[in-house]
Write a protein that binds this ligand. Structure first.
Ligand SMILES: Nc1nc2c(c(=O)[nH]1)N[C@H]1C(S)=C(S)[C@@H](COP(=O)(O)O)O[C@H]1N2
Ligand SMILES: [Mo]
Length: 215
């Protein structure tokens, strides 16, 4: 079939380019993966985004104020631990390093980890380097449009790999929390939702760090 042929062709190309991590295969779709229900936002006036933990001053933004923050467009290859990968995906949103460099957020020197806090108590833990690297974006838009509810509307953490650049900070997609409501800066690592269910704390896609322990 045409669809199948195209999938295989594109997979062959990204594989030749060294962009297909071990154990992954390409999808042209955009699967939806999460635990629990999708939040419905009826009233954006009650939505807040909060930065807390080891910061000089805790901060809270309204949706309106969040949209005034400096923004970026990024292109990522995204890799799900359940073995699908999607290439050259286009996102727009806010990057934490831009906020730090602009003095909008001041983190303490002892910070080593960032915990993303999402609706319904979903959390995921990431090393500070991955969040400060280009790999992590707090995304409001995918493919030029606001996120679909199932993909994280109205804000999601997005963890992806820069096309063609292998980095230690290339992590699996679950390290991006959908329906993101806050970031906690921490000195110690703390397992999040999927990490408590057995997923890897470190989640490097090139080393296939999928699950905790060795099995
Ligand atoms: N809030 C929340 N975010 C989440 C999850 C979840 O269960 N809850 N699952 C993660 C997992 S396991 C993956 S693979 C990606 C999937 O993102 P997608 O549904 O946009 O493809 O979201 C991640 N973010
Ligand atoms: Mo996942």
């Amino acid at each position: 079939m045409f669809g199948f042929g195209k999938r295989r062709d594109v997979e062959g190309r990204v594989k030749d380019e060294g962009r297909l991590p071990p154990g992954q295969s390409l999808t042209l779709k955009f699967p939806v993966l999460h635990y629990g229900p999708t939040p419905v936002y009826k009233d954006l006036s009650t939505w807040t985004f909060r930065v807390f933990g080891l910061v000089e001053a805790e901060k809270t933004w309204s949706w309106e104020a969040f949209n005034q923050l400096p923004r970026r467009k990024m292109v990522y290859d995204i890799h799900c631990v359940t073995r699908w990968s999607k290439f050259d995906t286009e996102w727009e949103g806010v990057h934490i390093r831009d906020l730090i460099e602009a003095g909008i957020i001041k983190i303490r020197p002892e910070v080593k980890y960032v915990i993303q806090h999402c609706e319904y108590g979903y959390t995921t833990n990431t090393p500070l380097e991955a969040v400060l690297a280009d790999n992590f974006l707090m995304a409001t838009h995918f493919d030029g449009r606001p996120l679909d509810p199932d993909h994280g509307y109205q804000l999601r953490g997005l963890m992806g790999a820069l096309p063609g650049e292998k980095a230690d900070t290339d992590l699996y997609l679950w390290k991006g929390g959908k329906w993101l409501r806050g970031l906690e800066f921490a000195a110690e690592d703390r397992a999040g939702f999927w990490e408590n269910a057995g997923y890897s704390m470190t989640a490097n896609i090139w080393r296939e760090e999928r699950y905790r322990g060795r099995w």
